[in-house]
Every structure is written in structure tokens, then in C-alpha cells.
Design a protein around this ligand. Structure first.
Ligand SMILES: N[C@@H](CCC(=O)O)C(=O)O
Length: 291
């Protein structure tokens, strides 16, 4: 009898969704890889659009946002959380891992492993706060002390992606300006250190000299998540539920932007991250992009 009950509990645990979060549409680059590598998993995607861009926040705010998101994910019954946001992975992963009883997978280490494997002069483009945290350089040097790493903060890229300005003429000039200090160092590898940036690959890649390899961490974070699911015996093997898309900002705005990358219009719910009783202490922070 006991065996039957624990078998049912394990089946139920495997059926639960994987929570995936980012500040906006950047995490869709990770979602796309989850569909490709883990087609049987049900997914819950949260975009904290009311508070983006994360890259201009303070480290303390990023930690607080991650805590709020993890608590909300826990209440939704997820079995694992994939941080589809480098900024949260760089600033908050260790804190939330210590505070929550959930497997949490971050982007930096899986991407750093691949970067040192592929190159010896590595450029990282990231949000200003991720670049300032030095998380990518520290992770790579720990694996291979001989690797050389240059990190550049690119404050304009997330607003460009979130406002759908990918093909405007100054986008190329802005990209060129961000890449210049890296190209001056003759990098052989470029890491997209923000999940929004692979959406700009069409602008960035033509600016790179031949031979420079680009690394999109999405494939590697999903490989790390797969390993963890297998280790914990949490991999789901039957049909998944449709993906649930949630945002903290305007649902319609996210839906129309996300359609471009998902190939169809998602059904998007607006959610409140905090429970009603804690809302009294909550000061919503306006996104500079919502004006
Ligand atoms: N997707 C982003 C967060 C971007 C932002 O809101 O600044 C990251 O990977 O860091």
C-alpha cells in the first residue's frame, strides 16, 4: 500500500510544471529551448514586466524580486524553477537557493562552462548590473584560470527589444558601440549574457569578425535543468499541459510582443505576486518603460 501511495506521489510530482521567469520577453529564448529539449514538460512562464528593466535596478531589489517570484512559483506548485534571467542568476541565485526548498537552475554556470570550453578570449554582453557583478568572469576563471574575460554593460538593448525597435537604424549603431571594446581585445567568443540579446542576433552577428563564436546560454541552462530532473527522477514523460503565461504588467502588451517569437498569440494572465495580506507593505515600483 505504502509503495502504491509513494508511486502516486512521485507521478504527481513529475506532472507539476517547471516555472520559468524573466523580467520580460528575454526568457522566451529559454522557453524555446525547453520546448525543444523537454517537450513533455508543462511550463509556467512569468514575466515581471511591471518592473523591467531589471538591469538598471540595485542588487537588493533583484534579490527581493527573485524572492517574491520564488514564493509565488512555490504557491503555483512548480517542481523546479529555471531562472531565464541572467541578472537574477548573477545577483540572487545563491540567496534563493538557500531560502527555498525547490531545485533552482541558473544561467551563469552552464554558460561559463561552455564559454571556457570554446574560447580563451571571451567577451560578455550583459545588463549593466550583471556586468558590474563580475559573475561571468568569476565563474569562468574558477573553471579555467587562464581564460581572459571582458564584460560590457549594454543598457539600451533591453528597452530596444521590449519596445520592438529591433530594426530601427540606430539599433545597429548602438550595437556597434557596445561591441567595440570587445572587438578591440580580439575576442574569439561572445556570450549573450542577457536572455533578451539573442533576439538581437540578426543585428549583432553581422558586426562580428569571422571566426568569433557566439554562445546563447539558453541551450545550456536547459541541458543543466534536464540533468537535474533526471537526477531527482522528476522528468515528465506523458503529454504536457499548455504553457501558462503570466505577467505582472499589461497582458496585451506582452502578448503582442511575444507573438513574434512564439509564432502564435499566447493567452496571457496578469498576476499579483504577493498574497493579499502582504500587499499592505507592498510599494509597486513603476517600470520606466510603461510610461
Ligand atoms: N533578461 C534579462 C533581464 C533584462 C532586464 O530586465 O534588464 C537578463 O537575462 O538579465
Amino acid at each position: 500500500m505504502k509503495g502504491l501511495i509513494s508511486g502516486a506521489i512521485a507521478r504527481d510530482a513529475r506532472r507539476r510544471p517547471i516555472g520559468v521567469f524573466d523580467s520580460g520577453v528575454g526568457g522566451l529564448t529559454v522557453l524555446r529551448e525547453l520546448y525543444r529539449q523537454l517537450p513533455n514538460e508543462s511550463l509556467l512562464y512569468l514575466a515581471d514586466t511591471a518592473r523591467l528593466p531589471y538591469g538598471m535596478r540595485s542588487p537588493a531589489e533583484i534579490v527581493q524580486f527573485s524572492r517574491e517570484i520564488l514564493s509565488w512559483m512555490e504557491r503555483q506548485g512548480v517542481k523546479m524553477v529555471v531562472m531565464a534571467c541572467n541578472t537574477s542568476s548573477a545577483l540572487a541565485l545563491d540567496v534563493v537557493r538557500a531560502e527555498f526548498d525547490l531545485p533552482i537552475v541558473g544561467l551563469i554556470l552552464p554558460a561559463a562552462r561552455v564559454a571556457v570550453d570554446r574560447g580563451s578570449r571571451v567577451g560578455v554582453i550583459a545588463t549593466p548590473i550583471t556586468a558590474a557583478s563580475d559573475a561571468y568572469r568569476r565563474a569562468m576563471v574558477e573553471i579555467d584560470p587562464t581564460v581572459q574575460v571582458w564584460q560590457v554593460g549594454c543598457p539600451e538593448f533591453v528597452p530596444i527589444v521590449e519596445q520592438g525597435r529591433l530594426h530601427e537604424p540606430d539599433t545597429r549603431a548602438i550595437a556597434q558601440q557596445y561591441l567595440e571594446p570587445l572587438l578591440e581585445q580580439s575576442i574569439d567568443t561572445l556570450v549573450y549574457g542577457c536572455t533578451h540579446y539573442p533576439h538581437l542576433a540578426g543585428v549583432i552577428e553581422p558586426l562580428l569578425p569571422p571566426g568569433v563564436v557566439t554562445i546563447d546560454p539558453a541551450a545550456h541552462v536547459v541541458a543543466a535543468a534536464t540533468q537535474e530532473l533526471e537526477l531527482l527522477n522528476l522528468k515528465h514523460l506523458d503529454q504536457p499541459q499548455p504553457t501558462r503565461f503570466c505577467v505582472t504588467g499589461e497582458a496585451d502588451r506582452f502578448a503582442s510582443l511575444a507573438t513574434r517569437w512564439l509564432g502564435c498569440a499566447p493567452l496571457v494572465e496578469q498576476v499579483q505576486l504577493l498574497e493579499a495580506e502582504t500587499l499592505g507593505d507592498y510599494l509597486p515600483i513603476e517600470s520606466p518603460l510603461s510610461a
